[in-house]
Design a protein around this ligand. Structure first.
Ligand SMILES: [Zn+2]
Ligand SMILES: [Zn+2]
Length: 342
């Protein structure tokens, strides 16, 4: 089968691999029907994910059909359409019991698929701990509508959930890339009074304007003046951009006693200038997604309350995935997300 493989630093290639088999009773084999490219795939390519193992199939955002299950898998059965969770987690350790599945202590726990073990930019994938890692897609929900449930949409849902948004709040989101937009769609569920997205790139600002007319879109230059009429800043700031100056912007744009949630993954250490923010009494929340809400997210999609399908701006067959990567990496042609269709 075709598998897009992390060959070595800066080098991914479409290779031929044999179809995966069940290794443990908790495994499932999923026939991938659709996958996507995430900026974390590019982080692997460029060497900023040291734990990524050369030789693995990349891709951690996918949907498919269960082909085969191990004897201990009870949550899904062959023939079920499923989303695949980016995180592998046991569901039993201290962290899993608290919903902090990102910190699962199992040796296979955390981001394994498409990083430490073979992932989903291929035809078949072995999913460990499938009772936790797979969620059935409701009949009325298409593959495209479910494609981001296990990763970028899970991230947006988690970011909005931990940000303690109160009804009527002014919520500022930094970055109108896929993560920022998924966060915006989920922040909406908490009934904010005002949603503001700050984005440097004009093409992405135009995307927001075209698809989400209820959202206020602004630039890094103007964001402070938009907030001036508010309570000295936003009630909640969610930083999804990860640019050089966006961490500073995040806390500067927050009102006193605000929650600042940092979802972004930075290439370099950031400064936390505590003397400058003294008396602002901010609460910072940081980290990587706890992807344990996929069933709820699928329910919200089924109910029409979240729709990420406009984010799919391009579609490619697996055989042309290299072309898709080039487009995604060079951010050409207004690309937001790409569906790789099998
Ligand atoms: Zn990702
Ligand atoms: Zn665990």
């Amino acid at each position: 089968m075709l598998a897009y493989t992390y060959v070595s630093h800066s080098h991914f290639a479409l290779t031929d691999k044999s179809k995966p088999v069940i290794l443990r009773p908790t495994d499932a084999i999923v026939r991938v029907t659709m996958s996507s490219i995430c900026s974390s795939d590019l982080h692997i390519k460029h060497g900023s994910v040291p734990r990524a193992v050369p030789g693995i199939t990349v891709g951690h955002e996918m949907v498919g059909v269960v082909e085969e299950v191990g004897t201990a898998v009870t949550a899904v059965r062959p023939g079920d359409r499923v989303t695949v969770n980016v995180e592998t987690f046991c569901g039993e350790c201290f962290f899993c019991q608290h919903g902090w599945v990102n910190n699962c202590t199992d040796p296979d726990g955390g981001w394994a698929l498409g990083c430490r073990i073979d992932g989903g930019q291929t035809e078949y994938v072995r999913v460990p701990m499938a009772n936790q890692g797979l969620n059935r897609i409701p009949d009325g929900v298409t593959d495209e509508a479910a494609l981001f449930v296990g990763d970028v949409l899970a991230t947006g849902y988690w970011a909005a959930r931990i940000s303690e948004i109160q009804p009527g709040d002014t919520v500022l989101i930094l970055g109108a890339g896929p993560t920022g937009l998924c966060t915006m769609l989920c922040a909406r569920l908490h009934n904010p009074g005002k949603l503001i997205i700050c984005e440097r790139d004009a093409e992405r600002r135009a995307f927001v304007e075209a698809h989400y007319p209820d959202v206020t879109i602004t630039t890094p230059e103007n964001v402070q003046s938009i907030l001036r009429n508010e309570r000295g800043g936003a009630d909640v700031v969610i930083e999804c951009a990860g640019s050089e100056d966006t961490f500073r912007m995040a806390w500067e744009c927050a009102r006193p006693n605000a929650v600042v949630t940092v979802v972004a993954l930075y290439d370099a250490p950031q400064t936390l200038p505590l003397p400058d923010m003294y008396g602002k009494n901010l609460t910072f929340k940081t980290g990587g997604v706890d992807g344990c809400d996929c069933a709820e997210i699928l329910r919200l999609i089924e109910a029409g309350r979240i729709d990420t399908t406009p984010l799919i701006t391009h579609r490619y067959p697996l055989a042309k995935i290299e072309e898709a990567y080039r487009l995604f990496e060079e951010r050409r042609d207004g690309v937001m997300k790409i569906a790789i269709v099998n």
